[in-house]
Design a protein around this ligand. Structure first.
Ligand SMILES: Nc1ncnc2c1ncn2[C@@H]1O[C@H](COP(=O)(O)OP(=O)(O)OP(=O)(O)O)[C@@H](O)[C@H]1O
Ligand SMILES: [Mg+2]
Length: 251
């Protein structure tokens, strides 16, 4: 694959630094994800993958450096522009982050109820279709407390996709799912990239996920994103650090 044209970057990190108290987590992250590209971030637990993702929805601001989404600097974006931008984005949280007092169906419906005037019958039909897509059709009436971890995860995925967003961010989309369901979620992510040209950033521990979904992938380690390359190059690399990291993966 030829190098992407980074002038078309939809997601851009420029020298991003982030510390919590004395603990420096990000030490100069640089990344351009171009429109329609699916990029995976791998990295050891606690290295700052979730922190990196949170900068893209304005939940965190860099101490130094810049994060841009579709040309908007996330540190200075106005509330109104942030609201508009977020309506074009979906976010799959590492913990499903469902509202416990709403049924799964109502959780998934929430972004549509909040941002559109769509009639309720249509909302319900769309919610049922998305729950079907992620293989949890029976979750519709259940409260989050009645669902397994893997089911909650998939309901969170349905909620992220309900508005058919142009940009989707995934924090461990297949963690805690059995291999068959994981494979189908990975295929779904790949299809969103291929068919709908959705721009996607996927944090994952799973090599199977990288193989199926990634156009490119990088390793977040020591606060910087290294070894950015195609998934084939990344997974067959002989760089000692990568060999060690990938050798410890289970799949
Ligand atoms: N809001 C916060 N306040 C203080 N420390 C934080 C905060 N968020 C994250 N951290 C710390 O930053 C580090 C990186 O956290 P992060 O959640 O990004 O790791 P991760 O790479 O996603 O790990 P995992 O693979 O286990 O999900 C951790 O040491 C974490 O404790
Ligand atoms: Mg994390």
């Amino acid at each position: 694959m030829s190098a992407p044209d980074t002038s078309k970057a939809v997601l851009r990190y420029v020298d991003v630094h982030k510390a919590f108290g004395p603990r420096q987590i990000l030490r100069g992250v640089n990344l351009d994800v171009v429109g329609g590209e699916t990029f995976c971030i791998m990295g050891p637990s606690g290295c700052g993958k979730s922190v990196t993702l949170r900068h893209l929805i304005g939940l965190m601001k860099p101490d130094k450096g810049h994060v841009y989404v579709d040309g908007n600097d996330m540190a200075t974006i106005t509330k109104e522009d942030l609201r508009k931008l977020r309506s074009r984005m979906g976010f799959v949280f590492q913990e499903a982050a469902l509202l416990n007092w709403l049924s799964a169906g109502d959780n998934v419906a929430l972004p549509l109820r909040e941002t559109t005037n769509m009639p309720d019958e249509e909302i319900v039909a769309r919610v049922r279709a998305k729950l079907e897509l992620v293989h949890v059709p029976d979750a519709f009436d259940k409260l989050p407390g009645e669902l397994s971890g893997g089911m909650k995860k998939r309901v969170g995925l349905a909620r992220a996709l309900i508005t058919d967003p142009e940009i989707v961010l995934y924090d461990e989309p297949t963690a805690g799912l059995d291999p068959e369901i994981s494979a189908s979620i990975n295929r779904l992510i790949r299809e969103l990239g291929d068919r709908l040209k959705v721009t996607q950033l996927v944090v994952t521990h799973h090599i199977g996920c990288v193989k199926t979904v990634a156009d490119r992938v990088g390793l977040l380690d020591g606060g910087v994103l290294n070894f950015i390359s195609t998934s084939e190059e990344f997974l067959s690399s002989e760089e000692p650090r990568l060999v060690r990291f990938l050798g410890d993966r289970l799949d």
